[in-house]
Design a protein around this ligand. Structure first.
Ligand SMILES: C[S@@+](CC[C@H](N)C(=O)[O-])C[C@H]1O[C@@H](n2cnc3c(N)ncnc32)[C@H](O)[C@@H]1O
Ligand code: SF4
Length: 404
């Protein structure tokens, strides 16, 4: 059976953080139940298609999935378990915020089959948490972590952020130390991005150069690497570190262009439906999503191809019949995502996928980046050097815009 992944989007948060532009709302009251029913209706459309596929990872993300009743999470997972094939050791993750974790929820998640928690902590500094608009204190994050451990979770990720306004190397070092004291299996450490349409954009968008210092951000990035290395975390992607064997399998599916189905508001999918490789996105209007899926009359004739979907890009009709433009965009994506991984991409894999040697497509970019000591080629792999990681945005951009 073909391996695929499933993403389930939960667009609710207890409160909106000042930096975040993820598709989530804190002002939709009492519609969680209706939303989950709509998600289950959407899932039902995939039943037939999923017959010859097996789920290897499931990611319940958001928003803040832990902010809604665990009964609703149980309900949606129960539907997935009853109707889809799931690999015995599938990785099943839920995103959680410290203020919404309770011992009862943790136990229910485990009983529902969830075996990995990704908890957003961002910082252990009270002032920084406040500035970010987080509604929990550092202590809440520590308590939530121990609650999860005591419930029996043995695979926990902590999200951290650096490059924050008023953050300095010392406060960030303390945050890293605190995170290490908890001994999670995985850390995601993201440099702050000032996203349009956020309170942070309004506040800092115009004078970002004065508030943020690139050198300090780089120092924080290097500090993350060195502190985590001493605790036997290894970096496997630009922003991700784990103990051996605890890389996030779901995210690796995205980075290696594996197939996935996304359900829920605004969820993205990338998969082959009836011989067509498609990339599509669900509508991102909450009202419209509910209109489409709440009213859905479940019957055998419903077909995922007929319903909703805001954008569709057909990437190829089949591997034997591809147009140049679609192949180019796939190649760019392959490089852009694959080179984020610390062990980079496999040249043979590239050739097998596209029927062409990578040097034929990217000759000039590869020579240029090697000469600048930004990438290394070793055996069959091409990957970023330390210097390349530092300027990864530039390196990755070199793989975009293949001469057409
Ligand atoms: C889906 S979000 C949030 C999950 C969860 N609701 C939480 O707040 O922890 C996943 C992670 O993205 C990161 N993130 C969100 N917005 C960001 C931004 N503007 N810049 C950098 N990292 C960001 C945060 O670390 C966050 O934990
Ligand atoms: S960071 Fe998490 S809690 Fe904050 S608004 Fe974004 S999704 Fe919601």
């Amino acid at each position: 059976m073909k391996a695929v992944s499933l993403y389930i989007h939960i667009p609710f948060c207890n409160s909106k953080c000042s930096y975040c532009d993820f598709l989530s709302f804190s002002d939709i009251n009492n519609q969680e139940k209706e939303y989950i029913n709509a998600v289950i209706n959407e899932l039902s459309l995939y039943k037939v298609l999923m017959k010859d596929r097996i789920l290897v990872t499931i990611f319940i993300g958001g928003g803040t999935p832990s902010s809604i009743s665990s009964k609703l999470i149980e309900k949606v997972l129960k539907y997935v378990f009853m109707n889809f094939n799931i690999q015995d050791n599938a990785e099943i993750t839920i995103e959680a915020n410290p203020e919404s974790i309770t011992a009862e929820k943790a136990r229910k998640y485990l009983a529902a089959g969830i075996n990995r928690i990704s908890m957003g902590v961002q910082s252990f500094d009270e002032k920084e948490l406040k500035l970010l608009g987080r509604i929990h204190r550092a202590e809440d994050a520590i308590n939530a972590f121990y609650i999860l451990r005591e419930a029996g979770f043995s695979n926990i990720n902590i999200d951290l952020m650096f490059g924050l306004p008023n953050q300095n190397i010392n406060t960030y070092y303390k945050t890293l130390e605190k995170a290490m004291e908890l001994e999670p299996e995985h850390i995601s450490a993201y440099g702050l991005i000032i996203e349009p349409n956020t309170p942070f954009y309004e506040k800092y968008g115009n004078d970002a150069d004065e508030v943020f210092d690139e050198d300090i951000e780089r120092e924080m990035y290097n500090l993350t690497k060195s502190v985590l290395r001493t605790k036997e975390f290894y970096q496997y992607e630009i922003s991700n570190y784990s103990k051996i064997g605890y890389e996030c399998r779901h995210n690796k599916v995205y980075w290696t262009l594996g197939e996935y189905f996304g359900v829920g508001l605004g969820a993205a999918s990338f998969n082959s439906i009836s011989d067509k490789l498609l990339r599509y996105e669900n509508v991102n209007s909450f009202k419209k999503y509910l209109e489409i899926f709440s009213e859905l009359r479940l019957n055998e004739n419903n077909n995922i191809n007929q319903i909703r979907i805001e954008t569709i890009e057909i990437l190829s009709n089949s591997w034997k019949n591809k147009t140049e433009a679609t192949v180019y965009s796939r190649m760019e994506e392959y490089m852009f995502l694959g080179m984020r991984l610390i062990n980079g991409i496999d040249k043979n894999e590239f050739e097998k996928t596209f029927n062409i040697k990578i040097e034929k497509v990217y000759k000039e970019a590869l020579i240029k980046l090697k000469n600048k000591n930004l990438i290394i080629e070793e055996e069959n792999r091409i990957f970023l050097t330390e210097k390349g990681i530092d300027v990864s945005n530039y390196v990755l951009s070199e793989f975009i815009g293949i001469e057409k």
